[in-house]
Design a protein around this ligand. Structure first.
Ligand code: ZN
Length: 104
């Protein structure tokens, strides 16, 4: 499959960034997906997903620790009603964070 130049109307190679007849730039949307992939692959870090999962895990660990500390302060100040659920949420976030850091 080939595309037509928007300037001179001649059929040109779909993988070419410019028209081989008149030199007009081919809009990126008209270049085939395969050509785009080969053009941009070198710029994309392959480990981006793993590192973002680790960052999320680290954030969850910090939030979980803060919630557990808050729950301890609640025990000390005798606000006993909310203590259980805050501790539970903090511990769950902490565990999820460790899992993300370990697996990511
Ligand atoms: Zn042309």
């Amino acid at each position: 499959m080939s595309i037509k130049c928007r300037n001179c109307g001649k059929e040109i190679d779909e993988n070419s960034p410019i028209c081989m007849y008149c030199g007009t730039e081919v809009p990126e949307s008209e270049i085939s997906p395969e050509a785009k992939v080969t053009m941009h692959t070198s710029n994309v870090p392959s480990s981006s997903n793993a590192s973002s999962a680790k960052a999320t895990g680290a954030a969850l660990i910090i939030i979980g620790m803060i919630l557990d500390i808050v729950s301890i302060i609640m025990i000390v100040s005798s606000s006993y009603g909310a203590f259980g659920i805050v501790t539970a949420i903090g511990t769950i976030l902490f565990i999820i964070g460790i899992a993300l850091v370990a697996n990511g």
